[in-house]
Design a protein around this ligand. Structure first.
Ligand SMILES: Cc1cc2nc3c(=O)[nH]c(=O)nc-3n(C[C@H](O)[C@H](O)[C@H](O)COP(=O)(O)O)c2cc1C
Length: 174
């Protein structure tokens, strides 16, 4: 059982902090850089071999990761704002890029991510609000429908504002 208690305290990344990780095709961590270890507060050994949801913060809606996996599994790059949970229960916001890695034959053999401090902190309140609305919406459905219904809600929300995808929307703010 993953530890999900939270403190409500934020760790604010410095503009020079770049967090990197690599996973296999299922999202099991294979590589983490020293910045990830420092900010998330885990030992390297606790992270290598662990599923990447070890960093999952309970405020993050399920459907955001569902959309992320759809995008990267079809071979595209995903961009988004993610609230992660450190081992202490503190949280940190990142602007994240996740994308596929390919072997010599061109097949996807894992994924990598790069995360930096969100450039404009003024958007974080909006993300807190969007994610809270999404979580409330998801909670109205049985677990097996939460991701698809949440993804539909998110794409309708973005379409109303003239954006075709989460990446389109996020790029406006990066
Ligand atoms: C390269 C890569 C990096 C990821 N980084 C994060 C991350 O920083 N935080 C996070 O919560 N999930 C991250 N994920 C997504 C997790 O694998 C997982 O889908 C998500 O935490 C939801 O997990 P759950 O549905 O089991 O709760 C990443 C996945 C990949 C492939």
């Amino acid at each position: 059982m993953l530890q999900r208690t939270v403190t409500g305290r934020e760790i604010v990344l410095k503009p020079t902090d770049t967090i990197q990780s690599r996973t296999d095709t299922r999202g099991v961590i294979q590589f983490v850089n020293p910045t990830l270890i420092r900010i998330a507060g885990y030992e390297k050994d606790e992270l290598i071999g662990a599923p990447h949801n070890i960093l999952r913060h309970p405020d993050m809606p399920r459907s955001v990761f569902y959309v992320m996996w759809q995008v990267i599994q079809r071979g595209d790059e995903f961009y988004g704002f993610v609230k992660n949970r450190a081992k202490s229960g503190d949280h940190y916001w990142v602007f994240t890029r996740v994308g596929p890695r390919r072997n010599a034959a061109g097949a996807i053999d894992g994924y990598s991510s790069v995360r930096i401090a969100p450039h404009y902190r003024k958007y974080l309140d909006e993300w807190e609000e969007i994610y809270a609305r999404l979580r409330r919406f998801e909670a109205g459905f049985p677990p097996e429908r939460q991701c698809t219904e949440g993804a539909r809600f998110l794409s309708e929300y973005l379409a109303q504002q003239g954006y075709r995808s989460l990446t389109d929307y996020v790029m406006r703010q990066s």
